[in-house]
Write a protein that binds this ligand. Structure first.
Ligand code: KG4
Ligand code: ZN
Length: 330
């Protein structure tokens, strides 16, 4: 089965061609990062307009690279939500137009299901598994007993971990997006700044606003005292605290649920310190983290997730498919 995938939930315009829920024939990603950089974050209005400008070019290139024509496509899969509504609608309208014009079935796919299924590109998911979702908008632990069955064990009570990275980078004047910049700078730093230990009421929940505020307050105090800020040490200290919280809760979830596999999904899965810590800590289960190009937003992961969604639920979406900026994962 050949799936044409569309992703446009935030600031990447992407179209893919994937085969049988594993093989990536093409995955074209047009990033808007350089445009949003000047504003220190994604500007929704600009993102929508850039998606409109880019979507048909990206579609043509994805089809060409995969060497397929419209009549080779069996299913269209598009990110339905969550995300920026204007951005989502551009991808959805393009996908619907393509599906309608070529009489191909279409499914709307949850963005986080896509991030999880990015792992299926490298190796088959093994169940039961525990998945740690870490992106700009999500920090959660999921239990999956089989394909396309998501049970949420816990989630952040405030900020997402990626959001905390972006905010800390911004207050330190490091640029956007903060995650990769902090990741690189932290290598040359030492964890010499004390960070608070985070407590949550429930074992599998997370919290990042306290850590973020602590960094901001420390910076303000240092500035007021006229002391120098050792940026590399600061981000190293922040990063170690941020990642340890993810590791601790994940260990607990994997042990309690006798998981066969531990999966990491979302943009923060690209973090070098997280990847190192996961390999160090999870020795008794199969570990899966997406290849770097499939960690951040891309359409290949949406096409793969769409394939498995279609296998499990058949055709639940149609031409009435609409974007949902707060779509829950079911
Ligand atoms: O999954 P994603 O591409 O978009 C969302 O669905 O949110 O994740 C983007 C997030 C941003 O917050 C970005 O700073 C973070 O992932 N990120 C990283 C790294 N690369 C991207 N965070 C830490 N370390 C990285 N290497
Ligand atoms: Zn994402």
């Amino acid at each position: 089965m050949i799936v044409l995938g569309f992703e446009s939930s935030c600031d990447e315009t992407s179209v893919s061609v994937t085969k049988d829920g594993q093989c990536v024939l093409s995955n074209v990603v047009l990033s808007q990062i350089d445009i949003h950089k000047a504003f220190g974050g994604v500007v929704p209005e600009i993102a929508s307009r850039e998606h409109v400008k880019g979507i048909t070019v990206v579609l043509d290139q994805a089809m060409k690279e995969a060497g397929v024509r419209a009549n080779d496509i069996d299913l269209v899969a598009v990110t339905q939500g969550p995300g920026l509504i204007g951005s989502l609608l551009t991808g959805i309208n393009a996908a619907k137009a393509f599906a309608y014009a070529n009489d191909i079935p279409i499914v709307g796919v949850h963005h986080i299901a896509g991030h999880i299924y990015a792992n299926q590109i490298e190796q088959d998911l093994q169940f039961p598994l525990i998945c740690l979702v870490v992106s700009g908008g999500h920090t959660e632990l999921l239990y999956m007993k089989e394909h396309y069955h998501f049970e949420k064990l816990g989630e952040t009570q405030d900020d997402a971990v990626g959001e905390a990275y972006d905010k800390v980078a911004r207050v330190l004047g490091l640029g956007y997006p903060g995650g990769p910049i902090i990741d690189r700078l932290a290598v040359s730093g030492k964890a010499t700044y004390k960070m608070p230990k985070v407590e949550t009421k429930r074992a599998y929940d997370f919290s990042y606003s306290g850590l973020k505020s602590h960094v901001i307050n420390t910076l303000n105090t240092l500035k007021m005292k006229g002391e120098t800020i050792r940026k590399a040490d600061m981000v190293r200290s922040f990063q170690e605290a941020a990642i340890e919280q993810l590791i601790e809760k994940s260990i607990l979830a994997v042990d309690k649920h006798q998981a066969k596999m531990f999966v990491v999904a979302g943009g923060v899965a690209a973090n070098s310190h997280l990847r190192k810590r996961v390999y160090e800590e999870f020795k008794d289960v199969v570990v899966s983290m997406p290849a770097m190009q499939y960690c951040t937003d891309n359409a290949a992961m949406m096409g793969i997730a769409g394939f498995y969604q279609y296998q499990r639920f058949g055709l639940e979406s149609s031409m009435s498919l609409n974007g949902d900026s707060r779509l829950p994962l079911k």
